[in-house]
Design a protein around this ligand. Structure first.
Ligand SMILES: C[S@@+](CC[C@H](N)C(=O)[O-])C[C@H]1O[C@@H](n2cnc3c(N)ncnc32)[C@H](O)[C@@H]1O
Length: 342
């Protein structure tokens, strides 16, 4: 029999200590627990030997994670994998280990306590506190965190790149510019799919040197791709037929409109601008998108958009939206024209 009053206490107490579960995930990822656990499962003592940990403390870590469905308990007191814990392995193609490390990076623990102030002011104020904006801080002052970030973005992209490349239905013989395309997972997928397509990967200077080796000089796609460094809020110095902005329009609204205007200015006549986002009101993972929305408020004075807020900013930047459709389980693809009359 359910008791709503008891359930309310349980829910609130669990949420209040949710940081403990996030920290437990991070610790398991750092220690390599999921990699050490084979298909048969293992006892905490066996695992402790494999990952060089204290057996009692490791058992407590496993117990905390099993309480959330990450790892399962065996009748003999051992632990086994679940679908969730397998995503923490490094050798699975759908691994989210770097995503877990990114979401729990040390800088995140330092910004969360400022949330009440940010909600009061409507601004996270990262630049005021650190003397530079978040991405400049990341690439200049926290290069190890930047590496984790870029690996995490690539991991997240691998879940959707094939579906997006299909959904774009490119006509061939076109130039596709992936604006703020990170390490180029999506662009690589697009180039793989059609040998007549050319591409450009545009991102901040700190992001490009470690992009996918197939895009770099001497790589498989080097003769069809340009690597262009810049700040898209200032200009996008490369021409193209199709511009893609995936999980990029997450800054303050003025920066988002500036980036979209610069993209619109760089398109050829009739040029297509495709925005791909997980919308807060179009996603099955609202717990994730709403928390990410708050983190974006704190680090870039930004947001995860509702459908209407994003469409409003695209219109403000002069784009004519022609279609909004889901792509894969988590994302929406918003198709637009930079100059609808062309
Ligand atoms: C959330 S990641 C998304 C990366 C990629 N589009 C994807 O979906 O995997 C945001 C990207 O924006 C880049 N970025 C941030 N600010 C930028 C700016 N002002 N100009 C160009 N790129 C920027 C970052 O370096 C990063 O690669």
């Amino acid at each position: 029999m359910t008791n709503p009053a008891l359930e309310a206490v349980t829910q609130l107490r669990r949420l209040a200590l949710a940081a403990g579960h996030a920290a437990a995930l991070r610790a398991a990822a750092q220690l390599g627990v999921a990699d050490a656990l084979g298909d048969e499962g293992a006892t905490p003592a066996e695992l402790a030997r494999s990952v060089n940990a204290d057996p009692d403390a490791l058992e407590r870590l496993l117990r905390a994670l099993a309480s959330q469905g990450v790892f399962a308990t065996r009748e003999d007191g051992g632990y086994a994998h679940t679908h969730v814990s397998r995503l923490l392995r490094t050798d699975t193609p759908r691994s989210l280990r770097d995503m877990v490390l990114w979401a729990t990076e040390p800088w995140t623990w330092s910004v969360w306590p400022g949330l009440a102030e940010a909600v009061r002011n409507g601004k996270g104020g990262f630049a005021e506190k650190h003397g530079k904006d978040f991405f400049t801080f990341l690439y200049e002052d926290a290069p190890e965190s930047a590496e984790v970030f870029n690996r995490a973005m690539t991991q997240a992209s691998r879940l959707s790149s094939a579906a997006i490349a299909d959904a774009l239905a490119l006509k061939g013989d076109q130039t596709v510019v992936d604006v703020a395309g990170g390490h180029g997972d999506l662009l690589t997928k697009i180039l793989e799919g059609d040998p007549t397509v050319r591409g450009a990967l545009f991102d901040l200077p700190g992001a490009l040197p470690d992009c996918d080796a197939r895009l770099r000089p001497g790589g498989e796609f080097a003769d069809r791709v340009q690597l262009v460094a810049g700040d898209c809020r200032e200009s996008v110095g490369v021409e193209g037929d199709v511009f893609i902005l995936k999980n990029v329009l997450e800054w303050d609204d003025a920066s988002t409109v500036a980036a979209l205007r610069n993209v619109a200015a760089a398109t050829r006549p009739g040029g297509r601008v495709v925005v791909i986002e997980n919308l807060v009101d179009g996603s099955p993972e609202t717990g994730f998108t709403t928390a990410m929305d708050l983190l974006l408020l704190l680090n870039v004075d930004g947001r995860k958009h509702l459908r209407e807020s994003l469409l409003g900013l695209m219109a403000e930047a002069g784009l004519t939206v022609t279609d909004v459709r889901p792509v894969g389980p988590y994302l929406h693809l918003i198709d637009s024209r930079a100059n609808a009359s062309a």
